[in-house]
Design a protein around this ligand. Sequence first.
Ligand SMILES: Nc1ncnc2c1ncn2[C@@H]1O[C@H](COP(=O)(O)OP(=O)(O)O)[C@@H](O)[C@H]1O
Ligand SMILES: Cc1ncc(COP(=O)(O)O)c(C=O)c1O
Length: 245
Amino acid sequence: MECRVLSIQSHVVRGYVGNKSATFPLQVLGFEVDSINSVQFSNHTGYSHWKGQVLTADELNVLYEGIKLNKVNRYDYILTGYSRDTSFLMTVVDIIQELKKANPSLVYVCDPVMGDQGAMYVPEYLLPVYRDNVVPLADILTPNQFEAELLTGRKITTEEDAVEVMDLLHKMGPETVVLTSTDLPSRRGDQFLVALGSQKIVKPDGTVTSQIICMDIPKVDAVFVGTGDLFAALLLAWTHHYPKD
Ligand SMILES: Nc1ncnc2c1ncn2[C@@H]1O[C@H](COP(=O)(O)OP(=O)(O)O)[C@@H](O)[C@H]1O
Ligand SMILES: Cc1ncc(COP(=O)(O)O)c(C=O)c1O
């Protein structure tokens, strides 16, 4: 059966971040992808120069209106990433709420793209918008360590801290939280980076518990941009294909 994703992320002319990272892998894995480009930039913002356009909230509404008028606004998943503007993000929130009403089993996968390695690369005023409006709607949340710390106001220096932070993030809304990369030492040595996942599980007796997994990922000696976007897209795909795993 067709499974349709609405992906609201950046587009770059050169390179692979945002929709350029997410769309093709999702298509290869069998999904129909409707993409809205939150920005169209020459390249990602880590380069010394970047130029381009930012989609406004009004322009987003116009695109969504067209989809609605044709009655093709039924989605199984929404995936969101890079955004630079408060009113744009608030419009995304409105769209998610409307689409969830139309399809109560719609799954919202949120990559709260704000920064990395202790620095924000979107305006700081987006943090409260993510924390108070966006994250509470998310079913699956994929922050990196820095983004998880920003959202909860808690530092992560040990695995116990990470579990507590993921619990705080669960309390904000999402049933599944994945810290896509952390600075925590891996048990397998310094050639591995640690990612952690936590999923709320309802036991047969009705009580709720968290299932925690820890992933040691072989480290490549390079810095990548766009891998977080790819990770979120692949997590969407594989949790869809293997919902109980
Ligand atoms: N240096 C690296 N070596 C190997 N895998 C990496 C590396 N950097 C990122 N990844 C992969 O990309 C995923 C996303 O991590 P990351 O790029 O840090 O997320 P974000 O972009 O959200 O900060 C990681 O879980 C890992 O699988
Ligand atoms: C335009 C744009 N989109 C998305 C990203 C996010 O990339 P990542 O997947 O590494 O979080 C960035 C990061 O610089 C970016 O500049």
